[in-house]
Design a protein around this ligand. Structure first.
Ligand code: ADP
Ligand code: ZN
Length: 606
């Protein structure tokens, strides 16, 4: 097929099958590169629109596109959506009944299927590769490609074998896609997959519609209760670090009369499926979950993601908050943070036997901590982690909305550092606080710290205030934590300068931090979006009825952005209906009549 002709066709195909009028940033370039037969690596944040980058070429190219996807739930979802758009796609994995698999294999042999989703394990299972080699595979798409790198946080050994596919199917080009990859992983992907000088596309990781905030990890339930008042009927996820916490929190939220459920890997599969479906359908608003929840969940209207505990690295955090606001409308992300979370995460790294890998994880944890303790724009910290520079402050994080006022912190800093010096740098953070406060704890008694000069020098401030100050000093590099020596606090050359009075130190006092948090809480007056748009509400309820009737999530029919556009355009005939964003031929045929009838009814009544 002529390449130039293909290029002309892609806009047509975009509208016909996917219902979209234009490409998002980079999609068109990526698709053209793939159509030229180039190997391609695509880095795009979650919700950025990666799927179309290989789904659309599969429709233009002859033959079959093979999609390697790590999760069964993810495949089913994607295939369902494609079929809804009138695209022949299928998946083969262990969950498939024998009979259905035979059927699919037959259809593949007949060339009736355009996209086939399989797991990496399945690809290398006995006989499957020889079956695949009978097919006309023209494109191989490797989804969640960061799994190929041992530097990543989701390493899957089977991914390492995928370079074999390049040799086995020399006529096929390959595209690798991922949403989470720091610099080390990026350079790994193409090489590990055996690609030939791949072209790399990196979309911005900035998700400006997500607000970023961090709240103190104390009295979390009180704070959550307050936050939930803001999201009266909106969907949200609360991530907890333990299964038990998800259960307890869901119970408490339910007792407020809210529609909540818990989700974790320890629940039986039918319960998990039920819970996930109820959330997708909008029958449950709030899911309290461990990180087991979310891979492959593409619910566009999640309005908040709260982290009850801090994750161990920014990739995970970014991926988890990335599930909010996929429709591009404002959504909130909130992290509860306390120093205890850092210690918990550190204790996990202690179990890692490979010292190099452990050091990487500790370094990643440090970056996560810097985000949580940021006194500068959080988005700057986040994006710099993904090797992106944000020139101006974002204006949509709690620090930007409320920049801190600093005070001269030399006296408290000297108290902290002198206590460390006088105890031969043997103090961990909690014991240091005991010493400053003059509290005779067991550790103090054991080492007779009562006798040192600084004992009780910080009596006038609460333990919480001292913790805050010490954290800020750590952030500024005024002292260090020795992870290899029981997390004891150590002095460095900067500390010595401060002790001598040769350097200045600025701190944000507790009162100001508290003031900032209060102000932030008051500002969080959530305005329910669209609630004054009656046609939109009417289309939403029609969509819900139709989705319930076919037992599928509402957004499989149309997502909220499409309904919004539909309510704005209010089409009363099929031609106009086709102009709505997200309406392709297939869906127009299938659902057009009912939606148009509802719009006509609405106009009559208005
Ligand atoms: P990713 O795989 O990058 O997380 P998806 O491919 O699932 O993202 O796309 C996220 C959402 O954006 C989907 O609902 C998708 O239909 C929508 N989308 C993708 N491309 C476009 C486009 N060109 N115009 C409008 N919406 C789009
Ligand atoms: Zn900011």
């Amino acid at each position: 097929m002529d390449i130039k002709e293909d290029k002309g066709r892609i806009h047509q195909v975009l509208k016909h099958y996917f219902g979209y009028n234009s490409f998002r940033a980079q999609q068109e370039q990526i698709i053209n590169t793939i159509l030229e037969g180039q190997d391609t690596v695509v880095l795009m944040p979650t919700g950025g629109g990666k799927s179309i980058c290989y789904q659309l070429p599969s429709l233009v190219l002859e033959g079959l596109t093979l999609v390697i996807s790590p999760l069964i739930a993810l495949m089913k979802d994607q295939v369902e959506r494609l079929n809804e758009n009138g695209i022949k796609a299928a998946f083969i994995n262990s969950s498939l009944p024998e009979l259905r698999r035979k059927e699919i294999e037959h259809e593949l042999e007949e060339g009736l299927i355009k996209l086939l989703y399989v797991s990496p394990e399945k690809v290398f299972a006995s006989d499957f590769l020889s079956f695949l080699s009978l097919l006309n595979i023209r494109l191989i798409a490797v989804d969640e490609a960061h799994c190929v790198s041992s530097w990543g946080h989701h390493f899957r050994p089977e991914y390492k074998k995928l370079h074999f596919l390049k040799k086995k199917f020399p006529q096929a080009s390959m595209v690798a896609l991922t949403a989470t990859a720091d610099k080390a992983v990026r350079s790994d992907i193409g090489r590990m997959l055996g690609m030939q000088s791949p072209r790399m596309f990196t979309a911005s990781f900035d998700r400006p519609n997500l607000s970023l905030s961090v709240l103190p990890g104390q009295k979390k339930w009180e704070q959550i209760k307050g936050l939930l008042q803001k999201y009266t009927h909106q969907s949200g996820i609360i991530y907890c670090s333990s299964r038990k916490a998800t259960e307890q929190l869901a119970q408490k939220i339910k007792s407020l009369g809210r529609r909540a459920a818990c989700y974790h890997a320890g629940l039986p599969n039918p319960i998990k499926d039920q819970c996930q479906n109820a959330f997708l359908q909008g029958d449950i608003d709030i899911i309290c979950a461990t990180v087991a929840f979310g891979m492959g969940i593409d619910k566009p209207d999640i309005r908040f993601v709260i982290h009850y505990n801090m994750p161990g690295n920014l990739e995970s955090y970014y991926q988890e908050i990335g599930r909010a606001g996929r429709d591009g409308k404002p959504a909130d992300t909130i992290l509860f943070y306390s120093y205890r979370d850092v210690q918990t995460q550190l204790s996990f790294t202690a179990d890692i036997t490979d010292p190099q890998y452990r050091d990487i994880q500790i370094a990643k944890l440090n970056r996560m901590q810097a985000y949580a303790e940021a006194l500068i724009c959080r988005r700057k910290i986040m994006l710099s982690y993904f090797a992106e520079t944000l020139e101006n402050d974002c204006g949509n994080c709690d620090v930007c909305k409320n920049p801190p006022k600093f005070i001269d912190g030399i006296i408290p800093a000297q108290k902290v550092l002198s206590a460390i010096a006088r105890t031969q740098q043997q103090l961990s953070l909690p014991v240091l606080v005991d010493v400053l406060r003059g509290f005779v704890s067991n550790a103090v008694k054991e080492h007779n710290y009562q006798s040192i000069k600084t004992f009780g020098a910080g009596k006038s401030k609460s333990p919480f205030v001292w913790q805050l100050y010490i954290q800020q000093l750590l952030q500024q590099g005024a002292l260090e934590i020795d992870y290899k020596d029981a997390n004891k606090l150590k002095l460095n050359t900067f500390s010595l300068k401060i002790l001598k009075g040769d350097a200045t130190v600025k701190l944000v006092p507790y009162e100001i931090i508290k003031e900032r948090q209060e102000a932030q809480k008051n500002k969080q007056q959530f305005q329910s979006i669209d609630s004054d748009n009656q046609l939109y509400e009417c289309l939403r309820s029609l969509r819900k009825t139709m989705a319930d009737a076919i037992g599928k999530p509402a957004f499989v029919i149309f997502n909220n952005a499409s309904l919004m556009d539909m309510s704005a355009k209010a089409p009363t005939n099929l031609n106009d209906f086709m102009l709505v964003n997200g309406v392709g031929k297939h869906k127009a045929k299938r659902y057009g009549k009912q939606f148009i009838a509802a719009i006509i009814d609405f106009k009559r009544g208005a």
